[in-house]
Ligand binder design. Structure first.
Ligand code: PLP
Length: 396
């Protein structure tokens, strides 16, 4: 029988992609310059030149049968060694190549982690606002998806609310910092408090509660903000990373997950990760791009552009009377919307200003603006934001 669950997920689609596709259709009708498509988190800056150079070198130096061959499911040993060395050098960790599993970006790292760590009837807990796909990964694994609101003044973790939501059924907690869509970077203090809470609850319930750290935006952080390395604070962490944003390679689908050697059930977790990847049909990550990220580990695209955009759009919109928490990382601004939830985004859409409603992130009353666009696009959108602010009574 065709799976009703899959039909429903397919039919719902992903609102972000749907509104983005609407933007493309409008661009074909009225010209791309007349559409302010701030929907999708696709990097606007080029990958560093070393990416193209590495590809050229690989193409000229390796025989094609070797370059394009299947790789072991967890990834090429030398690439995993380079990643482990990088993490150890950067964060004082002690990963070995066998603790690293190459994945098709953070999405598949998360889907694999959920399939590996969650069983029927378990709960996956996360903090709102959050990336909408988490729910699918949890429910596909037969688990219940539990969303805990963050502190609305800061979008930091609300520890008391988290404690109330934890239960014997909680198998894992998923944290994303720098956060999509709020731009919040969770403080070391609050992550340490989360770790102590999970240690206490794991003891009380008699089973480990895993942390899944979703960190595709680790390098996109502004000012002097520190992005704490969660596995150093809590050893039962599955660290999920992606090169989509840092190297501007979202279409190439490359990332990895890492399991701390100190994790209480390390061998069982690693075995479950191998099994989950197999069950989900991940044979291996692109053999070419595994080698590319292995060679370019530690480098980034020119991310300074996003900070400039953040400064510009945050100031412009707050001057117009909009209210938003100043993002410290990622490339999104989460705007508190005036009027009924949804009304602002609909009005904006009618003016070809495309934002993603907060409902998509379990946080109604907000709209997400992705500022990974050329700055002149942001500048030209300000008059539209002004008209909307006037209509909704934010300014005259
Ligand atoms: N997690 C978060 C919070 C994201 O915003 C995204 C993509 O935008 C992903 C995971 C998935 O990224 P990818 O699969 O491209 O690495």
């Amino acid at each position: 029988m065709i799976s009703q669950k899959m039909i429903d997920w397919g039919a719902q689609g992903c609102a972000i992609r749907e509104i983005a596709a609407y933007g493309d259709r409008r661009a074909a009708e009225i010209g791309a310059e007349n559409v302010f498509n701030f929907t999708i988190g696709s990097p606007s800056v080029e990958p560093p030149e070393s990416v193209a150079e590495t590809i050229r070198t690989l193409l000229s130096e390796l025989p094609p049968q070797e370059l394009h061959a299947y790789t072991p499911a967890p990834g090429l040993f030398e690439v995993r060694s380079r990643i482990a060395e990088y993490l150890n050098r950067s964060f004082g960790a002690t990963y070995r190549p066998e603790d690293i599993f190459m994945t098709s970006g953070a999405s598949s790292a998360l889907a694999i982690s959920c399939a590996a760590l969650l069983s029927e009837g378990d709960e996956l807990l996360t903090i709102a606002p959050c990336f909408s796909e988490y729910k699918i990964y949890a429910e596909a694994a037969g688990a219940k998806f539990v969303v805990v609101p963050s502190d609305p003044e800061t979008f930091q973790v609300d520890l008391a609310a988290m404690e109330r939501a934890l239960s014997e059924r909680t198998a894992a907690v998923l944290l994303n910092s720098p956060n999509n869509p709020s731009g919040a970077v969770f403080s070391r203090e609050s992550l340490t408090a989360v770790a102590r809470l999970l240690e206490r609850k794991s003891g009380e319930y008699g089973h480990p509660i895993y942390l899944i750290a979703d960190e595709p935006y680790r390098e996109l952080v502004y000012g002097q903000r520190e992005v704490s390395f969660l596995p150093a604070i809590y050893s039962d962490t599955v660290y999920c990373y992606s090169f989509s944003k840092s190297l501007s390679l979202p279409g190439e689908r490359v990332g990895f997950l890492a399991v701390s050697p100190q994790a209480a059930e390390h061998d069982a977790v690693m075995a479950a990760i191998n099994g989950a990847a197999r069950a989900l049909g991940y044979i291996n990550v692109s053999s070419l791009f595994q080698r590319v990220v292995g060679a370019c580990i530690g480098q980034t695209a020119d991310l300074a552009v996003y900070e400039e955009n953040r400064n510009y759009i945050y100031s412009a919109l707050t001057e117009l009377g909009y209210s938003c928490v100043r993002p410290d990382g990622a490339f999104y601004l989460f705007i508190r919307t005036p009027g009924e939830p949804g009304a602002f985004c609909s009005q904006a859409m009618s003016m070809d200003l495309l934002l993603i409603p907060g409902e998509e992130f379990y946080c109604p009353g907000y709209a997400r603006l992705a500022y990974c666009v050329p700055k002149e696009k942001l500048e030209r959108s300000v008059p539209v934001f002004r008209t909307l602010a006037q209509r909704f009574g934010l300014c005259r």
